[in-house]
Design a protein around this ligand. Structure first.
Ligand code: SF4
Length: 424
């Protein structure tokens, strides 16, 4: 049995009850969402996690991705990043290490968090091939499935798996070219492997075997977006759409087989194409939960890409994206620090909330903040704030002589002046 098969059989599990309570919806709403493939609740038989529902009618969720690189391998730093992400309010964590002892790092990170953890198993299979056999193109097909099962047993709740890169997709990419190249590591590894070996992507060719592993370990399948645009001029191109169509077909098959499925999407997208991307993704996938990477709405603000992605994520969420992968200020420049992980999560949480104000009409907290500001009730303002500690610290550093107001207007505090004459 899985959550999907339970839901289809009309059974409401404890996980569904918890999501209903968290989101203020009925248990039946959550059950129907799971049964129809519109909601997922990533779980693992190997680890107890904070339950988090993702999908239609639920609050937009934020993922923080962390992990070592071949240049920076510091396990303690990754554990610190995992804790920072949770402290900043991330809903899930992806552990994407590509440097050092990958299994040992993953074990430590997983043990340090109560969040659902995601991974990209093909990284490990390709990197082990590079380390042991000299190049990623020497990856052995069996290793892809072996590491997938091994990572599942470490308590991984969801996995990004690049199933949609097949010969059709690669042909589209070859025919059209790209302004910004191929930026997905998984997409690049798999495309290089297919071209070198002149073989079909094993994750596509052996999809039934992959589903068996997902079912056995109750992993939520997140269908990877290896052809996502890495430049706004490549957004919504044929290779991206081809991969989406393949992933959508496989996602239906996975759901019919009792596996929970998310479908990933781009990437770098100009603002006027975000709506079309969300509608297309939702329509083609029969309304599966949409995991959006960013999206980044311009390419020219390195150092501030958390803000660039927050603009895109707010718009995407308002149109129906369900799950947002954060971007840190150091995106495109370097592996993020723990502080940048914190900043990235906060930026994405703001974006997700702004989107939910439209998508779910969730505006209660804004109403309360308006009242707290009007009443110059600072403690209430801090309690509602996205990051109470930062709000409190800024005020404390620059306290006014008259402590009712703030140092922005000081003696001429507009609220204070008018409050004397109006009883709002
Ligand atoms: S001083 Fe100005 S900014 Fe500060 S609370 Fe009053 S009106 Fe608002």
């Amino acid at each position: 049995m899985s959550l999907v098969t339970d839901a289809k059989a009309g059974i409401i599990t404890e996980e569904m009850r918890q999501v209903a309570r968290q989101e203020g919806v009925t248990e039946e709403f959550v059950r129907r969402g799971l049964a129809g493939g519109h909601i997922v609740i990533p779980v693992s038989p190997y680890r107890t996690v904070k339950i988090c529902g993702i999908g239609e009618g639920l609050r937009t969720k934020v993922n923080a991705s962390i992990g070592t690189s071949s240049d920076i391998v510091d396990v303690d730093l990754e554990v610190e990043k995992a804790k920072m992400a949770e402290k900043a309010g991330a809903d899930t964590l992806m552990e994407l290490s590509t440097g050092g002892d990958l299994t040992a790092i993953r074990k430590k990170v997983v043990a340090s968090t109560s969040l659902s953890v995601g991974s990209v198993p093909l990284y490990q299979a390709f990197i082990e091939a590079a380390q042991n056999d000299g190049a990623v193109v020497h990856m052995r097909e069996d290793d892809l499935f072996r590491v997938t099962a091994e990572q599942a047993k470490l308590g991984t709740n969801f996995m990004a798996i690049h199933t949609g890169i097949n010969w059709e997709t690669v042909k589209r990419l070859q025919n059209q070219g790209r302004h910004g190249g191929l930026v997905s590591r998984g997409g690049a590894f798999m495309t290089a492997w297919m071209l070198h070996n002149e073989k079909e992507n094993p994750l596509y060719a052996e999809f039934d075997y992959l589903l068996e592993i997902m079912k056995e370990h109750e992993v939520t399948l997140s269908m990877g977006n290896g052809m996502r645009a890495g430049a706004v001029h490549d957004a919504t191109d044929r290779a991206q759409i081809q991969e989406l169509i393949i992933n959508a077909e496989l996602a239906d098959k996975a759901h019919a087989d009792g596996v929970q499925v998310i479908v990933e999407g781009p990437g770098h997208i100009p603002m006027d194409e975000i709506h079309a991307n969300v509608v297309l993704q939702k329509r083609v996938t029969n309304n599966k939960p949409f995991y959006m990477l960013g999206p980044l709405v311009t390419d020219i603000a390195p150092g501030y890409d958390d803000r660039v992605a927050a603009i895109g994520a707010a718009i995407a969420s308002s149109y129906g994206a369900d799950f947002i992968c954060y971007v840190t200020p150091s995106e495109h420049l370097a592996l993020p620090t723990a502080e940048e992980v914190f900043e990235g999560v906060i930026s994405s949480r703001i974006a997700a909330h702004v989107g939910d104000m439209i998508k779910l009409k969730k505006r209660d907290a804004d109403l309360e903040m308006g009242h707290a500001r009007r009443d110059l009730d600072w403690e209430r303002q801090f309690a509602i704030a996205m990051n109470p500690a930062r709000a409190r610290q800024i005020r404390k550093e620059r306290m006014p002589a008259d402590s009712d107001a703030c140092t922005m207007c000081g003696d001429y505090c507009a609220l204070k002046i008018v409050n004397k004459h109006f009883n709002f």
